[in-house]
Design a binder for this molecule. Structure first.
Ligand SMILES: NC(=O)c1ccc[n+]([C@@H]2O[C@H](COP(=O)([O-])OP(=O)(O)OC[C@H]3O[C@@H](n4cnc5c(N)ncnc54)[C@H](OP(=O)(O)O)[C@@H]3O)[C@@H](O)[C@H]2O)c1
Length: 251
């Protein structure tokens, strides 16, 4: 029910952090994983790491905010692999600044990668998915957006919008055999939140604030993405799966 044997999966930002953990889990379930990131050496090293663990993986570096590069990447995947079954729209960035110093340019940069790039990738991936009558699009949102922290207007707005995009695409693509869901992670240690990891007061606040009592472990995101990518989730679409140790349901 959860086997991904024979499936081809593109994980944007799969070269590090959350994306790499998800790429590893998809490969372990049998998918051939295309590992993306801008830095070619890092994407290649991560693909090699997956292969060393017995999985199938190949690197495909490109910038998700470059529309021409996205179109070329999807065409390349279909030409080389014959299909594209799973898109994990994961590449993203955070930006924090007090409101009076938060420039419009910074706001736009965050929205470009966290929201617009997901839309472009989903639109391009949906074509081969609809043609083959099967597809799984999994957008990475965040608990920021469901709740918010100071100085994160662009991140919170873009991540909440990912949930709206997910619902809109689910409604449109359902009749074509393509499901569209989101995962909203809580706090997982990656390069994105290195400063917060070093902040002892923040970490102990997370531990007391989260029912499970700690930060997430990256490998705890794998089962969520495998489930949504699998046959087992054939009747689940438009949903946001929150993986946060209960943080957003506790007051
Ligand atoms: N970590 C958390 O606790 C957490 C919580 C909630 C949501 N998330 C979300 O999870 C996703 C991944 O976050 P992370 O924590 O794993 O971040 P990360 O450690 O900074 O990794 C980001 C990944 O995205 C790639 N990337 C960045 N910009 C790119 C671009 N323009 N085109 C292609 N690839 C790009 C990076 O590779 P290159 O630098 O080589 O391009 C890297 O592989 C993000 O959407 C983030 O918002 C994370």
């Amino acid at each position: 029910m959860f086997s991904l044997q024979g499936k081809v999966a593109l994980v944007t930002g799969g070269s590090r952090g959350v994306g790499l953990a998800m790429a590893k889990a998809l490969a372990k379930a049998g998918a051939e994983v295309i590992v993306n990131g801008r830095a070619a050496d890092r994407a290649e090293a991560s693909a090699a790491e997956i292969m060393a663990g017995g999985g199938k993986a190949v690197a495909l570096p490109f910038d998700v905010t470059d529309e021409a590069a996205v179109k070329a990447a999807v065409a390349d995947i279909v030409a080389r692999h014959g299909r594209l079954d799973i898109l994990v729209n994961n590449a993203g960035r955070a930006w924090s600044a007090p409101l009076d110093r938060f420039t419009t340019e910074d706001f736009t940069k965050v929205v470009d990668i966290n929201l617009t790039a997901l839309f472009v990738l989903a639109r391009e991936a949906a074509r081969p998915m609809a043609a083959q009558g099967f597809g799984r699009i999994i957008n990475i949102a965040s608990i920021i957006g469901i709740v918010a922290r100071p100085s994160t207007p662009a991140y919170a707005a873009s991540k909440q919008a990912v949930q709206g995009l997910t619902r809109a695409l689910a409604v449109e693509l359902g009749p074509k055999g393509v499901t569209v869901n989101a995962i909203a992670p809580g706090y997982f240690p990656t390069d994105l939140n290195r400063a917060l990891q070093k902040d002892g007061a923040f970490s102990s606040w997370i531990a007391t604030r989260t029912p499970v009592g700690r930060w997430g472990r990256l490998e705890e995101l794998g089962p969520a993405v495998v489930f949504l990518a699998s046959e087992g989730a054939s009747y689940v679409t438009g949903h946001t799966l929150v993986v946060d140790g209960g943080l957003t349901v506790s007051l």
